[in-house]
Design a binder for this molecule. Structure first.
Ligand SMILES: [Zn+2]
Length: 107
């Protein structure tokens, strides 16, 4: 009976240790990310650092993906070409879609 209690104690102790280790790792990672965020003047380093937090924390993305009406490829709205109320991945697809108003054979 005493062994079972010991086992439970070891189990909780290992869990506590694991949690502590994880927290230490998270703190180290956060400190690194914070340092990168503070020096957000440089282009090469901040590009990767700012991409992760913004993608995970921001509920609404600044660059929403839009679907190309011609080929169905998802493109960031900043890169998308808007023509005749439809969004396209490229100017070529916009022209192709405009030349064929029905656009049925894409599917
Ligand atoms: Zn397209």
């Amino acid at each position: 009976m005493r062994q079972i209690i010991l086992l439970i104690f070891v189990f909780f102790a290992s869990q506590w240790l694991f949690k502590k280790l994880k927290r230490a790792q998270a703190a180290a990672g956060g400190a690194q990310a914070g340092a990168g965020g503070n020096g957000a003047g440089n282009g090469t380093g901040s590009a990767r650092a700012s991409r992760g937090p913004s993608a995970s924390s921001a509920p609404q993305l600044p660059d929403a993906l839009v679907r190309c009406a011609e080929c169905g490829v998802h493109t960031p709205s900043s890169d998308a070409v808007v023509a005749a109320g439809h969004r396209f991945c490229s100017v070529g697809h916009a022209q192709r879609h405009a030349a064929r108003p029905t656009g049925r054979d894409a599917r």
